[in-house]
Design a protein around this ligand. Structure first.
Ligand code: GDP
Ligand code: MG
Ligand code: ZN
Length: 362
């Protein structure tokens, strides 16, 4: 299996429709396969229709907000430039169809892109103490914000006496979420996952460190070892078991993104996603007596009535409220930082202007 066209790299009408026809005759779309420090690696077809891997600098984005920087999965339009050493100059980043984002870890209040243009998320957890419905719901909310499909990949079935303990919990609270129980170290077991990775589809694996994301990635790649070469020549296992994210081509016809385990995945800008991931609660909440009901102790609260009747888990309600509060807090701190940056910008501008005035008086 080879990469024959942009469709194999995930190109679609959504991206095509952002471009004028004449623009397509002067610029070439390239897909970002990894971003490391200041280096963007991307893959696409050159003017002769040859598949090409390029490395570009992030320098053109140095003054942009972090969320506007190219991230893995993005589509970049490049133009031929006879003067530049590489021959290709980035022109524009295409609008993202979907995004996986979080509030950057630590004190800095900004949005960090984990990946763009992901079709399906493999929420990966193992049949052991890593398993957490709260964390799974966090991923579901982030995915729902951009309408990304989700599959729960439950690893280490070979190390677990009774995987049903975990599956039953998932089915009880998320009956529509597909669950794949695998032994990531077994090739046959892992290859069952290819049914979720269609031609030209991009799938990202997320989950805590140690749950088997890289093992799954290697399992899917290994069976087709040679065909992954065009995208990442010389790529060997180990490189992506570290700290970076990179996109791998699977000859079964899709693209797979392995991510490093992220200790903190704080939600930001995802109210709609949270409401959708908890749509059972948000639809019941419409029947609460008060429009601004907090579902704590208000009279006529329809949500509390569901909990009392045993139809809704208190845990799930708590997680819903926790995520809503968290994203509100993060939105506010990001808005505040932007405001401060603007105020700082005005301050510098005024300082420059008064310096000019001062000079002209001299
Ligand atoms: N027995 C068994 N071991 C697994 C399974 N999945 C992962 N492992 C092992 O768990 C360790 C961590 O796996 P890794 O893929 O690096 O996890 P990652 O941090 O999510 O990328 C490795 O030693 C794997 O061999 C599984 O399904 N069964
Ligand atoms: Mg890994
Ligand atoms: Zn209520």
């Amino acid at each position: 299996m080879h990469i024959n066209s942009l469709l194999d790299l995930g190109w679609s009408h959504f991206f095509q429709s952002q471009l004028d026809l004449d623009l397509l005759s002067t610029q070439l779309p390239f897909r970002v396969t990894s971003v490391q420090r200041n280096l963007i690696e991307c893959v696409g077809f050159d003017n002769d229709g040859q598949l090409k891997t390029l490395q570009l600098s992030t320098y053109p984005w140095r003054n942009e907000l972090p969320e506007a920087h190219p991230t893995v999965g993005d589509w970049l339009m490049l133009a031929l430039d006879s003067e530049s050493q590489h021959g290709f100059e980035p022109q524009q980043l295409l609008e993202r169809k979907t995004r996986i984002q979080r509030k950057a870890a630590g004190k800095e209040a900004y949005i960090q892109m984990i990946a763009a243009n992901i079709d399906t998320l493999f929420i990966t957890t193992s049949c052991n103490e890593d398993f957490s419905l709260n964390r799974i719901e966090r991923y579901l909310a982030i995915a729902a914000e951009s309408s990304i499909h989700c599959v729960l990949v439950l690893t280490k079935k070979d190390l677990c006496d009774d995987p049903d303990v975990y599956i039953d919990q998932i089915v009880a609270s998320h009956p529509l979420l597909p669950v794949e129980l695998v032994d990531a170290t077994c090739h046959e077991s892992v290859s069952a996952l290819t049914q979720w990775i269609g031609q030209g589809q991009t799938v990202a694996l997320v989950g805590s460190s140690g749950v088997g994301k890289s093992t799954v990635t290697n399992g899917l790649k290994d069976s087709f070892d040679q065909a992954t070469a065009p995208i990442r020549e010389g790529d060997k296992k180990g490189r992506h078991t570290t700290t970076s994210r990179s996109l791998h081509y699977l000859p079964s016809g899709g693209l797979l993104l392995d991510t490093p385990g992220m200790r903190e995945l704080q939600v930001v800008d995802s109210e709609a996603g949270i409401q959708q991931a908890f749509d059972d609660i948000s639809s019941v909440a419409k029947r609460c007596r008060f429009a601004d009901c907090q579902h704590q102790s208000e009279p006529g609260c329809a949500v509390m009535a569901e909990v009392d009747a045993g139809r809704l888990d208190q845990r799930r309600l708590d997680n819903y409220q926790k995520l809503l509060a968290e994203q509100l807090r993060n939105n506010e701190s990001i808005a505040e930082r932007r405001q401060n940056n603007r105020a700082l910008g005005r301050f510098y501008k005024q300082a420059q202007q008064s310096a000019k005035r001062f000079k002209s008086k001299e």
